[in-house]
Ligand binder design. Sequence first.
Ligand code: CTP
Length: 408
Amino acid sequence: MTRLPQSCHLIAEIIENWGGRSYLVGGLVRDWLYRSLENVPADSIGNAQDFDIAVDLRATNRTLLQLLKQLHRRIGATYVYYHRFLTATLHLPEERIDLAHTRDEIYPFPAVLPEVKPAGIERDLKRRDFTINALAIELTKHGMGKVIDPYGGQQDLRQRLVRVIHPESFVDDPTRIFRCLRFGIRFGFEIESGTLYLLRRAVKDGYLALLTPERVLYELRCISKEESALKMLEALFREGVFAGCWRWFPPRGFFTELTRLTQAGIRDELLYLYLLSRLPIDNRFPLTKEERQAQAAIRSFTAIETRLRRARKRSTMYRLLKPVPVPALKVLRVLKGGATRRKLDLFLNELIAVKPDLKPLDLLALGVKPDPQLGKIIERLLCARLDRRVRNRDEELALTRRWLTRNV
Ligand code: CTP
């Protein structure tokens, strides 16, 4: 456990002094154990910045808050505490540590967020999605480094299998359908046959339709970050996941476009924006203003494209493309070919950065009147600069003087 940052050891020690036990849990444990089983050098813990620590204190919210205050005093961690979920996020200069009280979770209805109540580590691992994610490493003085594996997670890592811990897993939380396909493809693991049967039954029985758009979008955002995002989206489509969530079937050309985008290295935010542009977005979807604008711009670009194709002057191209959010243009330049792509590249690589040398104060000193004349002249100077009718400050000065004397 020497690769664990000092702060995690200190936290574990403080918790032990409070009579509690702590465990490293989550994806990091899975990845670390998998690497050590596969004999891959285990550098991941050394480089990781996010750590999940489960704490068994059998404590009330009040005790947990006192503990957090002490952690703040002793190691300078700032924290955010979510009392309903018995979790806290600690921020340190080098790492972020998510602390969660070991808990049992009760799902009052399928697909809603669970109610939580404190419980020991074994119950805590049991409520998790897959055996490979139900592994913990003890951080107490006497048990330091001991692997806790009640559901055969290490065996499944060895056999390269994704397996649910209990048969209601996908019903309790249908987002696990996304996670199952995602982990299977990310690691090149097979989905264990019973698990695949349960996954398909949950899809068929309509549980995906109970998910809020927010939770589905979160899963799509996770997929957009993955190297094998295309394969994951194909698997979701094959298993009827999109149809199950929103009765949505990808439009023609969707996978061709996705292939083109992923081959061009488009990932993360940009890939997510593309997905949004093709999904049946309505007002229930919790998008940021920027996301809403960018996806709408990708969706409705054809109208601009027709005019862009005809545009000869650089200033016309600029005027057409300036209102389109840059992330949307970055997606569109990959989707489009020929002249449209050349013009998008010209805009993104060159035109977008063009500015007149003369600033508003220079223009006022020349006798330009404040707005609206000032605004108009700045815009005309920008066009002149874009179309290379002027190339430097002196030429801009001469042109502005000409406009002023001729009063045009
Ligand atoms: N978990 C779960 N069910 C979910 C989401 C999460 O049981 N729907 C549990 C799993 O034990 C998982 C842990 O919470 O390992 C942390 O979840 P998360 O950070 O989303 O995933 P990781 O497993 O860390 O995966 P990644 O490598 O993608 O970060």
